[in-house]
Design a protein around this ligand. Structure first.
Ligand SMILES: *Cc1c(COP(=O)(O)O)cnc(C)c1O
Length: 408
């Protein structure tokens, strides 16, 4: 292991999964000024601050229309409402994702149809789509999980063939790119979240909906304000899906720094990757990408590093896979004992959630079930210090040195 390039500023004896205070401290004066500006304006819902934020974020994402909304969840619900998806309709989504992806399908009155993901990058497996499509299928929701884009060419080709809409859940992938286009701008709608743990985090709940389609943008705008146009004249039953002016103003402070945050996340991932492979603690997953080089690392390594199947992920999370019955949970306990912040995204695949007990998946979902048992997220946030990464690496190493290595 090479020595750390930077001198640590403290003796590391714990590492949080995420520490937003470090990020906010750097822009504290600008945040205070933004708060002051909104307070003095007396305008707290939509308005000029939101207009400015929408124009700026549309540019970053590369979207024609961007609507600030109340959360990533509401972006999804709004998209389904604007597309007229409701009772009797089916919407295909992966089982291994955050609950909101499928929860919003149900809230729109439709039925989620769960399909499986790929073991290498945890994204929706296009090969599972065709057999899940029925005459009732109205949309597919690819989730760009952990900051990496789905195989959109394959998904769009199937959607086009069957006349099905595509709503991208880009909650974890704002500013990632797919073949030169912004994540979320490839399908009919893109849904993003500014939940504080996302790469661009608000100071509370906030989200974004984007589209390239003028008519869909107009519909979404109307549904965002209770389906009213003009005010108090309701063509449809919409909801209150508006973003606060305060959130928009604060997000405008951080938005110009997003690229820098991403760069730091990528550097952190590169440091983890090099060390884990070098120490024989992880091997790379075999990529699903056609013509991908052979995976790197010792084939007997106890952990699996996610593969980059679409270039340049923005690494909202770095989730390692720990095969072996109960081994992931033992490692989580070990890391927590050493005060390393870890989280399991996600411990229960959606088709096994109690609330979806009556929803039958389109086919068996072994990869989602396995991912739920074997993955864990380690700290990767931009402001991590190198000494903290080394602390996490040592903590991972000490677990497997204790003889927990799988038998070859
Ligand atoms: C965070 C997230 C959402 C929901 O966003 P909120 O802003 O928390 O409502 C939806 N889908 C995915 C994949 C997410 O990670």
């Amino acid at each position: 292991m090479k020595p750390a390039a930077a001198t640590p500023t403290r003796t590391v004896d714990s590492v949080p999964l995420l520490d937003l205070r470090r990020q906010n401290k750097v822009v504290e004066a600008d945040l205070r000024a933004a708060f002051e500006r909104v307070m003095q304006s007396g305008m707290f819902i939509l308005g000029p601050e939101v207009d400015a934020f929408e124009a700026e974020v549309a540019k970053v994402v590369g979207a024609k229309h961007a609507l600030g909304v109340s959360s990533g969840t509401d972006a999804l619900l709004l998209a389904f409402m604007a597309l007229g998806i409701g009772p009797g309709d089916e919407v295909i989504c992966p089982s291994y994702t955050f609950f909101a992806t499928a929860g919003c399908v149900s809230r729109a009155g439709a039925t989620p149809v769960f399909v499986d993901v790929k073991p290498c990058c945890f994204n929706l497996d296009p090969a599972t789509l065709e057999k899940a499509i029925t005459p009732r299928t109205k949309a597919i929701v690819p989730v760009h999980l952990f900051g990496q884009c789905c195989d959109m060419d394959a998904i769009l080709a199937i959607a086009k063939k069957h006349g099905i809409r595509v709503v991208e859940d880009a909650a974890q992938s704002l500013s990632a790119h797919y073949k030169g286009r912004g994540a979320g701008t490839v399908g009919d709608f893109g849904c993003y979240s500014f939940f504080p743990s996302k790469n661009l985090g608000a100071f509370g709940d906030a989200g974004l909906l984007t589209t390239e389609d003028d008519a869909l943008a107009e519909r979404a705008k109307i549904f965002r304000v209770h389906g009213a146009k003009p005010k108090y004249y309701h063509q449809w039953v919409g909801g209150n899906f508006r973003i606060d002016a305060l959130q928009a103003a604060l997000l405008r402070v951080k938005l110009p720094r997003l690229q820098g945050y991403t760069k730091a996340r990528r550097q952190n991932v590169a440091r983890y990757r090099a060390a884990l492979l070098e120490r024989g603690l992880a091997r790379e997953a075999r990529s699903c990408r056609v013509g991908a080089p052979a995976p790197e690392g010792d084939a007997n390594a106890p952990m699996v590093f996610p593969s980059v199947c679409e270039p340049e992920p923005i690494w909202n999370q770095l989730c390692l896979r720990v095969p072996g019955e109960g081994r992931r949970d033992a490692l989580v306990a070990h890391l927590r004992e050493l005060k390393v912040g870890v989280e399991i995204y996600y411990p229960v695949p959606l088709h096994e959630q109690q609330c979806f007990a009556s929803v039958r998946p389109a086919h068996p979902l072994p990869v989602s079930e396995r991912a739920a048992k074997e993955t864990l997220a380690i700290p990767v946030f931009p402001e991590l210090e190198e000494a903290e990464i080394d602390y996490v690496l040592d903590a991972l190493g000490s677990f497997f040195a204790k003889g927990a290595r799988p038998k070859p």
